[in-house]
Design a protein around this ligand. Sequence first.
Ligand code: PMP
Length: 316
Amino acid sequence: MPPMSTSQLSEAKQTVTEPMRDTEGDRPLIWIDGAMLPRSQAKISVFDHGLLYGDGCFEGIRAYGGRIFKCRSHIDRLYRSADKIRLEIPYSKDEIDRVMRECLKANDIKDGYIRLVVTRGVGTLGLHPFRCPRPGVICIADSISLYPPEMYETGMPIIVAKRPRIPVDCLDPRIKSLNYLNNILAKIEAIDAGVLEALMLNKQGEVCECTGDNVFAVKNGAIATPDSESGLLEGITRRFVIDLCKKLGLPIEERILRLEDVTGADEVFLTGTAAEIIAVKSIDGNPVGDGKGEGPITRRLREGFREVLAQGAPED
Ligand code: PMP
């Protein structure tokens, strides 16, 4: 792919549509370690190991119509991530559930995005994680808009990152940790190429996931997504979509995907809490399928997702 001009690059950087907020306003109110604080006062210590070392874990969660989508699954994943890094969350799952609802209520948010963060907490400048006496817990409820709305019709262009996903035996990608540099460096590859997402392969060259989304490929009506052995984050939207396929009678398989399975697919789509379900239009500049935007199966699943939400977002 030819290098981008400076103006193309700045345009690509601006395509990210997350709202810009002033940093000193009062909203949203943010919950930190038991206190609901105005945004301007919601600060943590520079000695927090979440900041110093990316030592901690988090969840991104959506609320629809005042209900928290897959609330239990997100809380369970947060505790699983914490457990895998020997971090003990100083609240029960029910308390965390209550905190999220409190944050939505305090900010009068019915449709929005919740960021739950657990850090190792305040410690010394050394790496030693057990010299941080108490983990820090943060809950932010706000809005999010990851990709431009029209991309849900047209599909989004992506690239294949040159950088592989971190191998499972180095850092288990099922841990949703505060250290996202592997993904961020791949995201920079995407932005440098003028797109917003990059497909990441594992060290064996198999398809793994994107920097912040899971990936699905459709060929002759059959849907496939990389299995968890490929070294991906086990996305909650991914699991929901797999179940939705089964409910709709669409054939779905979790298996090893080679790059050709994705580049040669009729349809490719991505799933994630923030992204929801979004079609891929091209990979490295080559059209996916007919390249004419969202394909019929992706559309069916996106509609199916909306239908489920219209009946009340499942909180399990
Ligand atoms: N993979 C990665 C690396 C992610 O960061 C995310 C977003 N959390 C996903 C996949 C999608 O996961 P989920 O559907 O749980 O948001």
